[in-house]
Design a protein. Structure first.
Length: 185
């Protein structure tokens, strides 16, 4: 009888241990799954790591009379069959004024392809002052076979950039987009 009680107690302990291990693995998996979207949101809200802010309102603060050069860059991740280029390589942007630029994407394949763009701003310290109002990078983009599309970006440069002494050397900002294939298995 005593041996049966010891075996039963050990079995309950093993079940508790196994349950704890399973819960730990599930919790770690959930945290790993949620970390990428949470980090992306953090970067968008703070401008951390060269990620521009997403403007909540669609109204820019107003022009200041100063201009900055914004260079536009486009690239494709390996495995993305599209052609993707900025329609203009460089624009002069009045600080505080909403600006619209556009990229051109073309799917040269004979099948529908869905892509998602990531974006970055250089120099990184300028990212906190670039506010996007509307962007193709906010959602996945799907192009039918042989389809081309204009992909607009509406943004402004926050006038606070002019008051930041660490930004006094910045006269050119590069806005970069990289398209990744979203429908790849």
């Amino acid at each position: 009888m005593a041996a049966h009680a010891v075996g039963s107690a050990r079995r309950r302990a093993n079940i508790r241990l196994a349950t704890g291990c399973v819960l730990l693995v599930l919790t770690m998996g959930g945290l790993a799954f949620a970390s990428a979207p949470a980090y992306r949101l953090f970067c968008q809200l703070t401008g951390y790591e060269g990620t521009p802010r997403v403007a909540i309102g669609a109204i820019a603060p107003g022009a200041t009379g100063r201009q900055m050069v914004v260079r536009l860059d486009a690239s494709l991740n390996q495995g993305m069959p599209w052609r993707f280029v900025p329609e203009q390589r460089e624009v002069r942007v009045p600080v505080g004024e909403q600006t619209l630029v556009s990229y051109l994407a073309h799917n040269p394949t004979n099948q529908q392809v869905t892509g998602r763009a990531t974006f970055n701003v250089t120099p990184e310290k300028a990212a906190a002052y670039v506010a996007k109002v509307a962007c193709f990078c906010f959602t996945e983009q799907t192009l039918a076979p042989q389809e081309s599309a204009h992909m607009p970006v509406s943004f402004y440069i926050d006038p606070a950039i002019l008051q930041d002494p660490q930004m006094s050397d910045v006269t050119t900002i590069t806005l970069s987009y990289t398209f990744f294939r979203a429908d790849a298995s």
